[in-house]
Design a protein around this ligand. Sequence first.
Ligand code: PMP
Length: 286
Amino acid sequence: MEPGNTPLVELRNLAPSGTRLFAKLEWHNPTGSVKDRPAWRMFMEDRKKGLFGSGTPLIEATSGNTGIGLARVALLEGNPMHICLPTTASKERRQMLEAYGAQLVLVEGGPNDAIAKARELVEAGEGHMCYQYGNIANPDAHEFGTALEIVRDWPLEQPPDHFLCAYGTGGTITGNSRGLKKVWSDMAVHSVEEDLSDTIGGMRNQGDPFQPPVADLGLVKDRHVVTRTVAEEKVAEIMKLEGHFVGTSSGAVIEAAQRELEQSGGTAVVVLPDAGWKYLSNAPWI
Ligand code: PMP
């Protein structure tokens, strides 16, 4: 089964008074996150280009979700999968990767150290890296997938005033802003970024020394920085008010959307990257 065609729903209990808030629920993808989309597309495009063949091991550096998505495609297509993962990644993520048949290479430090390790393995001829941070298929999966679905399923006559999503590799924000602005040129795009002193798994800040080559924030109007503490509180509130069991970055996205709607009113559409299953050993669930 290919990723995509996730539900677009209204979050009536989270929209500030007089505003409307809609969300694309990306945990409805096969391995439970938005990253199934780029994982599938990178695998298929790189193989089509002849960058790897049947049986070639795949190597990737990831905080989890892309690795899980890639591990599934690799499993279905018969390629071994090696994942370089920061030791800080949650136990549930490690278990999930192993369930999908991936071999883990645990790296001390953060995502940047995992990237360096993966590069080292590729240079040593150990396999092919789709490299989500620099692969055009990452944003393309959104420009020609997620964005088209949002436009197709948008229920109101007027276009949304705001689009917000988390910034990690930049695939989601780059691809969706390209796709959506073609149709809704007046809509404002907002990036939701982690606070460098209180970080969120899967997310990034424009102040981070490493900026992914694939990220093009040229269409982004402004940025909202959210701390992990605030995002975790919002995760609990989303459960209570809407019954959606979301991951931490979704908490950050909703917090930012509420701030924006409170300030400027109107309608907003957001992407919620994953569900809470992988974060049960984190706040607010402990
Ligand atoms: N939230 C989560 C939970 C993620 O795994 C990711 C992927 N890094 C993101 C947000 C950000 O998405 P993107 O990589 O497309 O910027």
